[in-house]
Write a protein that binds this ligand. Sequence first.
Ligand code: NDP
Length: 328
Amino acid sequence: YQRIVLASRPRGAVTADNFRLESVPVPALEEGQVLIRNHYLSLDPYMRGRMSAAKSYASSQQLDATMIGGTVGEVVASRHRSWQPGDQVNGMLGWAEMGVSDGAGLRKLDTARIPLPAFLGAVGMPGMAAWYGLNRIMQARAGETVVVSAASGAVGSVAGQLARLRGCRVVGIAGGEEKCDYVVKALGFDACIDYKAGRLEADLADATPDGVDAIFENVGGACLDAALARTNAFARVALCGLIAGYGGAAVPINNARLLLINRLTISGFIITEHMDCWPQGLRELGALVADGRITYRESVTEGLASAPEAFMGLLQGRNFGKQLVKLI
Ligand code: NDP
């Protein structure tokens, strides 16, 4: 089967040379192992951090090893008593058509009412990040105004819809008219500001006449500054991601004075450190997706070889919704 390994660490922007596609033999299973065929591979911004050797919250990815990544697929052979051929599973098998697991971290999926790839998006890690930021950090109440950046994306789309379901006024920030249109019309946000239109601060002020009570931050830089400038006293910021800085740019907060005068709370979080929340969160997200109360969009490329290009696109905002690779 084929896999993609990290061939070199990026200097600045990620390039195709940083990856290498290889063929490897299907290993013989040992007792306690399962063989899985991956149907979809998840591409996520955090992978950029793992490619670099710089210190972060997680250790970096080793060179010449399979690129890390979440997957959904099917058990094709098993020497593990808990897993049978045909079981649909979510795991971390990486950028590969197949993989062997000992069952640790493997989750059995019920696809009766939820499509398989949704377990990598709204009913998976990105959905859980949205759920945690909203419920445990922002604690937004009905009637409050919430701002969500990267609003059309895997995390932002769920965060905003959860806030809407709570009765908040939700204002998204996204790049381009098409994404903003989708955020308002399909996702039901009250407004969405196109930060590429060049009037971010004025447009955000117009869309938040009562100020901002909570921020779900995915981007950093100008988006975060504009949202902070609109905060009311005691506003909460769930700092989920700073994608504007993943290419190496600094992501300063322009006016730290606001943190003081508005008595703000900013909490960063890493969703994989809160596994105790996952059963409840995934149950709630699964029910909302199955009932159609949370909708989402996917950008899907086909074949493992398409992964590097799709990943570079994700880091430049070329994706529109959850970025996936369909393996054939
Ligand atoms: P998305 O599906 O939102 O895709 C990334 C989007 O970021 C792009 O489509 C782009 O949308 C937007 N973006 C904004 N500014 C930039 C910029 N300067 N450069 C590139 N892209 C930009 O990704 P996810 O939903 O998977 O992730 C969203 C954020 O959440 C990321 O920061 C990620 O690291 C973080 N995250 C954090 C987790 C945690 O545990 N803390 C867990 C999961 C994700 P647009 O065109 O609108 O600009």
